[in-house]
Every structure is written in C-alpha cells, then in structure tokens.
Design a protein around this ligand. Structure first.
Ligand code: RB5
Length: 144
C-alpha cells in the first residue's frame, strides 16, 4: 500500500515551521508534496494557499498543511477553493474538532501564533482523527 500523500506549503513567515512539519510528516511515513516556499525571501501567501488548494481539490494530495505568519491569509486563500475546508488551528482541540466536525482537509497553522511543539502535536492529532459523519455530514454538505 502506498503512503498517504500530504501537500505542504507556506510563505516566508511560515517557512521555518513548515520545515519542521515536513520532517515530522516524513518521520511518520507520509509521502510529502512540498510546494514551497523554500527559503526566507519574502513571497505572497495567496500564491501558496491557492497552489496547495488545487492539489488537494484535484485529489493529488489527500490532505494539506499550510503555514503563514498568522495562518489567516493563507487559510482565506485556500478556502476560496470550493473543495477545500482549511481549518486555522491554534491547539490540539481545534485540530481535533476540525476533523471530527468539519472534515477539514487542510490544517493551517500560524507560525507567529503557535509554538512549534503545539504545532507538531496539532499536526499529529489532525492526521489521527477521523470525521465523525452523522449530523456533521449534513452540515459539511451545506458548505458547498
Ligand atoms: C507576512 O508578513 C504575513 O502577512 C503573512 O505571513 C500572514 O500572516 C498573512 O496572513
């Protein structure tokens, strides 16, 4: 069985945390599709949010992880794609509930808001938590 593919992207503010998340994903045995950015030079977060959203929407990647400074801009960009449910999470509780209730397919983290250890825990929880379905499926369907 081939490994689950996870797309990951960030802007410059999220780049150091993205590197750590990428390493953790690989350590956990996921196949990582890194869409950049790959250095500290200033870039525009919408370019990376849109690029990742396309890969998740097309099914090329099963899930996605996005990082910018606050997580706000890049989640707004990703959520413009109607097939994407990008959840900006600040802790393991929001990461867990984003999967259980919202069937989120993209985890978004703010590198200037969330410490690396909480971010890493949130990543693991996000990946390990299934969607609950039931009444939540009806609501998720109404998201369009
Ligand atoms: C970049 O300075 C910063 O604006 C960006 O990373 C993000 O926080 C936008 O929402």
């Amino acid at each position: 069985m081939s490994a689950i593919k996870i797309a990951i992207a960030s802007d410059h503010a999220g780049y150091p945390l993205k590197r750590e998340l990428d390493e953790e994903l690989q350590r956990l045995g996921y196949q990582v599709l890194n869409l950049g950015t790959d250095g500290p030079d200033s870039v525009d977060y919408p370019d990376f949010g849109h690029a990742l959203a396309e890969r998740v929407a097309s099914g090329e990647a099963e899930l996605g992880v996005l990082v910018c400074g606050t997580g706000i801009g890049i989640s707004i960009a990703a959520n413009r794609n109607p097939r994407v449910r990008a959840a900006l999470c600040h802790d393991t509780t929001s990461a867990r509930l984003s999967r259980q209730h919202n069937d989120a397919n993209v985890l978004v983290l703010g590198a200037r808001m969330t410490g690396a250890e909480v971010a890493m825990d949130s990543l693991r929880v996000f990946l390990d938590t299934p969607f609950e379905g039931g009444r939540h499926a009806r609501r998720v369907a109404k998201l369009g």
